[in-house]
Structure formats: structure tokens, C-alpha cells
Design a protein around this ligand. Sequence first.
Ligand code: SF4
Length: 514
Amino acid sequence: MSQLRAAAAAAAGGLRRSGGRAAPPARRSRKGASPRKAAAPAPAPPPARHLFSDPAEIEALRRDLLAWYDKCKRDLPWRTRAATEPDADRRAYAVWVSEIMLQQTQVATVIDYYNRWMQKWPTLQALAQASLEEVNELWAGLGYYSRGKRLQEAARKVVSELAGQMPRTAEDLQKLLPGVGQYTAGAIASISYGQATGVVDGNVIRVLCRLRCIGADSSSPAVIDWLWDMANALVDRSRPGDFNQALMELGATVCVPKAPLCGECPVKQHCRARLRVEKELAFASQKLFGKATPVPDVEDCGAGGCPLCPPAAEPWDSSLGVTNFPRKAAKKQPRVARTATCVLERRGCHGDHEYLIVQRPSSGLLAGLWEFPSLPLAQDLQEEKQKEALADHLQAWMGQPVVAGDLQLIGEVVHIFSHIHQTYVVYSLSLDRDVTLDPASSPSRWVTEEEFHASAVSTAMKKVLKACEKQRGKGSSPGQGSKRKRGAKAQGTGSTSPGTQLSLHAFLRPPTAP
Ligand code: SF4
């Protein structure tokens, strides 16, 4: 056992040695860091400055953090459910849903989705009976759509294979439920069942790295390992769920990434990053008055020797203060992608605009969601070529001629997915008759604007429609098209004289044969 692990176990009151619950088997963060390979040689133990080795300090930190949490915690619907739901399965389900929704998503965004979800599917059993289409519809706009799908698959598994009972430990939650990693398992088990197990997410990583001046790459498996050990050692034995939530709450509201509120921090007296900043300030002030003395205990442990210090090539930067921590290896640049997308539009039988949407494949990015007919584009394709490619795509798909010149360029809409910088080149095409879609192609349907927004469509597609409507609204009231365009089209077809008020159908001429 490494020194840190030994210290962690000692700090935990000999929990592991005395046969208590073991720590979760895999060292895996919310972002999925790999577990350390069993055969790998043990890394050099870090110096004491990176550890919590004093049981009295751990007790004080728990006490200070929990007192702050009791006073300052945000009132959130999943916290209310966790605190008031007497049934353990319902309680675990309520926490589970919140934890899945909160992955990579802001609390403020999640609240409404969570409330609607719990209202619609208050139990595992209710969720297990829902269709994937319903799940996608409710999830639309929340991003990372596979989360909803996996949540439902796991609910079905609990109902069909586990007699509707949620696994009762972090280890079993992680082992038995698809989509539940070490973080989610620890959160459910500590908050719902009171299991004394820690959690490590982005907020916890930031807080712990600052508390103990950990400047090595915080996304590396080795550092994630140390942080899990630390979280398991620190977690309060009598209030593990509150302690874990308090640590995350601190990271979300006080120890924030860019401008942490150290003056208001309940654990500032335990924070070594802050201590270092204070010492530097004291040193600068002494220097000002000609009394400078060497600053003790604020340097890194030693170039190259410490697995948790910043790399020698990137030493402490005084201008950054506590935000020197945590550090991450440079992020991989997102892939750049361009897609032509066409808002196909017609007048419905009640006179409303209707849009054609098609369903994406059931796997891959945005699986099963609906979108406007779209075509991935090669980079640097000229506009005329883009139009031709899109017209060919629509033509093959609709089984009838589509003229590239009829596609009206609306503009570009950029949407950033986690790993893709996606640009949609948006076109519109208005039809005054129905089209018969190839039944062998993807499922498709016409929807009104209201139905579009209630469908399982991504935020990116909502942006596309908004851009299209904005463009349409520039020159005319809805349904009438742009005056300039109408004039241009009318002159082209010779059906009206300039300045005449046009009907929509006069403007929307049908596609002509090539
Ligand atoms: Fe974070 Fe500042 Fe508190 Fe340290 S003192 S934990 S850096 S907010």
C-alpha cells in the first residue's frame, strides 16, 4: 500500500483494515479515466504536503464543510426528494436521474428537465415502460442524448432482472447497471443509502487539487487514482451523502474555476494553494519594506521527483494564484465538420407552416433524434457544389427532381458538440405539394412548428429553424415570404407584375425537372 493509501486508510479510522466496506474497485472519474493496471509498478509516493494525514484536520474539514453546506446549500428538487422520500428504491432512482442529467450539464438547465422527468416517470417501473421516442422527446435540448437512452435501458434491467430493486452498494450499482460508472455509483450509494464512499467529479477534482496543491495533470489516471483515495478518506462517516454534495457544491459555487471566492470559503484554513498565495503576498509586502526573508514551504516538492506537483516545465505562476490548480493536459482540438441541411417547408391543411423532419440512425451521434434532411459536406466545397450535392441527396431521397437553384441559402449555424465543431449550412426549400418519401429510407414526418419543438430534436436543429424563421421574417410576415424574393421569383416566372401582393403559392413554385 502506498504512503498515501496508508495515510488514507489511517485517516479513515482503519476502515479498510477493520473489514469495513472496500473502496470502489475501479479508479474511474466521471469522465472515464482508466483504472490503474494491476501489473504497473507502484508510483513514487507523494510528499506529505499533498496528503491529508492529520486525523484532526480531517475532522475539522468535515465539520467546517458540513456546517457551511447546512447553511448555504442550494434548494434543488433532487435534494428535496433524497431527503424526504422514505422508499429506498424511489430515493435511489430520484438521485440517479439527477446525477445522469447533471453530467456535463449546468444545474440551472437540469432543474426543469428533472421536474418534468420525475413528473412523467416517478418510478423505475414507469420509466421502464416508456418508449425510447418519449425519452428522447423529454431529453431534447439537454445534450449527450445517449444518457437518456442508457438510463432507460438500466431501468428496464432493474425491473426485469433485479425484481425492481436498485442495487444497494456503490460496487453493485457500478457492476450491475449499464451507464453507471464509479462516480454515479458513489453518488447514489452515499446520498441514497448513506454508504461512506467518496465521489470524484470535476468540482471535487478542482477543490482537492487546490486544497493540496496538486498540479500534475488532473486528467491522468494516476492523479485520478490519488484523488479517489483522498475522497474516500475524507468523506464524513455519518453524513457521507451530505459531505459529497457539500464538496461538489463548494466547487460549483465558491471554489469555481476562474475567480474562486477564497475569502468566503469555509475550508480556506485547510487550503494549501491559498496558503501559498498568502505567503507570496507576505513576502512581497516584506520586500516592499526592505525586510524580505526567504519564503518557507511554498515551493514545489522538487523538479521531476513528485508525481503530484506541476511539471518542471510549467512551474507555479504567481499571476494565477490558486487557479494554478488544477492543471490538465491540453485538450484535443474538436473535429471540424460541415453539414448541409435543408428546411423543407410546405403549407399544412390548416394553413400552418409544416416542416419535414427525418429520424437519425439508432446509433452514433444524436442517435434516434429527428432533424431536417442533412448531408455531411467535404471541407471547402463551393456554394454551388454544396447546393448540387444537397439537391442530389434530396432528389434520391424524395424520388423526384430537385433543382439546386431552388434551394435558398439561409446562412450558417455553428453548434459545438463535445468533440465536434459543427457548422450547418442551412438551406430552405418550399414545396406546394406533398412528396412521397422512399419507404426504404429513414422514418420521416411533417410537423408544425409546435410539433417540431415537442419532438426529439437537438438544440442544433432548433437553432437551424430559428435561423430560417429569422430570415423569413426579415422581409415579410410569416407565410408570405420575403418581398424581395417574391419579386425576384415572380419576375423569374412571369406570373405576376412587380409590386403586386403575391400569394404564397405564387411564390412557392414546384420543383422543375432538370
Ligand atoms: Fe478553493 Fe480558495 Fe477555498 Fe482553497 S480557499 S478551497 S482555492 S475557494
